[in-house]
Ligand binder design. Structure first.
Ligand SMILES: Cc1cc2nc3c(=O)[nH]c(=O)nc-3n(C[C@H](O)[C@H](O)[C@H](O)COP(=O)(O)OP(=O)(O)OC[C@H]3O[C@@H](n4cnc5c(N)ncnc54)[C@H](O)[C@@H]3O)c2cc1C
Length: 521
């Protein structure tokens, strides 16, 4: 444990009348607690950023409690057949204003991703195995791209979902006389459907009729290349850079000593404590350990807050905070990496887009029965940076959650049937040697992939600022602080957003504890 943290022995019996919830435990025996200035819950990008900021500014009296046996959270770079792949965060999106890009730009560690999702290098194929003619694709994709480009201004005053907006605009465009022939209309609609899946993979929503149109305009895209990838090592590099382990390992911040892995927090008692603990926060873990602190930064995902906040916080969180937890949304985006014995796709192809013809989409028997219907949501396979023998399949929404519950063999067999159906006429697709996939919603430490603004967010009249707002105890001290991607007003759903929120809350503590060294800013 931290050198500066002290072991505090507290007899909670005296607090019996004031503090009711823990009294069964208290009356039996004294509880040993670890006393520290601050507890950071979660060692994802936000938690690591907060911890590093505290250390950099000279505060080392804190602990980071992480439920998993690793750091990084939704930044999860793993070895797959000798190369690193990312199960979570994938690309650095943009440059200007993106703190990840800013931290990395001079380290010669980023490269433009091989995955460029444009109609020029993704091969679109329909469910009969027929590739879409390039000129037809260019025309229809062009319409969709134009709607996308104009959407920032179009959605600002639009009451409805992103899906409502796109379908309305698409309908308006393709019914212009002479633009799309009657023969090509079915193709236009299946491309629109594909695009809806692509869009929801960006938003993280279950479907685009769920994503708030106005809400989407809260997201700010950082100018510059949207698809920066890693020359080596994957997204995990950003953690090493934050911890100053990279590029000079001898400058590494002493975070390891503050970090407690496999520590799942189950309870946060933040007010109405017995007199001798007045003003403190008590954090209890599944393994029975307890921490007593002045401040707690909660960085767990919105999904975890949705599932746990009622049981986790005592006293209950204020109504506005619960409203934000309920009203903001989080969905499921999963990836499946498949490693093949050889590269069977063309060198200039950066992926495949799968378009379901209306009749194939309707018929479950032609696609392998209802059990296989989830496959229709696997809308794209991309090539993978630094992994020439790998493809990465993307799946979003309820079907992604369904896939999480299946075995690797079931998933692999089903994906093979999909690849053969769409591509078997043109390529001899070998059975993959290995697969690796994410399960972001089934994992109780995440319960989702990333947050978005839904029509529920509008209905609840809430926003990220309400989720981010610190909570003060009865003495007026800000004891409960909230960070994590979902608390960012504009860069939610990203790593750069998560990092900024970690810094924001660390600075709040530093300001309050007067340790903030203006000179080092
Ligand atoms: C499939 C996928 C693709 C993505 N692609 C991109 C991308 O290309 N670019 C991009 O910028 N972003 C991307 N993201 C989003 C990005 O990964 C997240 O926004 C960011 O990593 C979130 O960081 P965080 O610290 O807010 O949350 P998390 O990473 O979720 O960190 C929270 C931590 O809290 C821990 N925790 C949970 N419950 C408890 C508990 N009870 N006690 C203790 N610890 C607990 C968790 O284990 C976790 O480590 C992607 C995410 C996914 C899932």
């Amino acid at each position: 444990m931290t050198s500066s943290s002290a072991l505090l022995s507290v007899n909670r019996r005296s607090g019996f009348s004031l503090f009711f919830t823990s009294c069964q435990l208290l009356v039996k025996h004294s509880v040993k607690m670890i006393s520290t200035k601050a507890v950071i819950i979660g060692a994802g990008a936000a938690g690591i950023a907060a911890a590093c900021r505290l250390l950099e500014r000279g505060m080392n009296d804190f602990v980071v409690l992480e439920a998993e046996d690793r750091i990084g959270g939704r930044v999860h770079s793993v070895d797959f057949c000798g190369n690193i792949v990312d199960l979570g965060a994938h690309w650095v999106h943009g440059e200007k204003g993106n703190v990840v890009f800013e931290l990395l730009k001079d380290l010669n560690i980023l490269q433009t991703s091989v995955t460029s999702i444009t109609e020029d290098n993704v091969m679109f194929v329909d469910s009969s195995g027929k590739p879409v003619a390039p000129e037809k694709l260019a025309k229809i994709y062009g319409i969709l791209s134009e709607i996308e480009q104009n959407s920032t201004s179009g959605l600002k005053n639009f009451w409805g979902s992103v899906g409502d907006y796109f379908t309305r605009e698409f309908q308006r465009q393709i019914t212009q006389p002479g633009l799309i022939s009657a023969e090509d209309l079915p193709l236009a609609y299946s491309l629109l459907e594909w695009y809806s899946k692509f869009e929801k993979s960006i938003d993280g929503s279950d479907n685009w009729f769920q994503t708030s149109g106005k809400g989407l305009t809260e997201y700010w895209e950082c100018e510059g290349n949207q698809l920066w990838a890693w020359k080596h090592g994957g997204y995990r590099n950003i953690l090493d850079v934050l911890m100053k382990k990279y590029p000079n390992p001898d400058q590494e911040l002493p975070l390891k000593e503050r970090l407690q892995l496999s520590k799942e927090v189950t309870k946060i008692e933040w007010d109405s404590l017995p007199n001798e603990m007045r003003g403190k926060v008590i954090v209890s873990c599944l393994d029975g350990s307890q921490y007593i602190a002045d401040h707690v930064i909660v960085t767990v995902s919105l999904g975890v807050l949705k599932a746990q906040s009622k049981a986790m916080f005592s006293p209950p969180l204020p109504a506005y905070k619960m409203n934000a937890i309920k009203g903001l949304s989080i969905g499921t985006v999963n990836k499946v990496y498949m490693k093949f014995s050889h590269q069977w796709w063309p060198e200039d192809c950066s992926g495949f887009g799968f378009l379901w013809n209306a009749e194939d989409k309707a018929g479950s028997e032609t696609s392998g029965g209802d059990e296989q219907n989830w496959l229709k949501e696997v809308f794209m396979f991309n090539t993978v940076d630094n992994h020439p023998l790998c493809l990465c399949g993307w799946i979003v929404g309820p079907e992604a959650r369904k896939m999480e519950l299946m075995s690797d063999t079931e998933v692999c067999d089903s994906l093979m049937s999909l690849l053969k159906r769409f591509l078997g006429k043109h390529f001899k697709v070998p059975y993959p040697e290995k697969i690796l996939r994410s399960s972001w919603t089934a994992n109780p430490h995440f319960r989702g992939s990333y947050s978005f603004r839904s029509l529920d967010t509008e209905r609840y009249g809430t926003n990220a600022a309400s989720l981010a707002k610190p909570i003060s105890n009865t003495d007026g001290n800000q004891v409960l602080l909230f960070a994590g991607e979902a608390t960012h007003d504009h860069y939610y759903s990203t790593v750069h957003g998560a990092i900024e929120t970690g810094w924001r809350e660390a600075d709040r503590i530093l300001n309050e504890t007067r340790l903030f060294k203006k000179s080092s800013l």
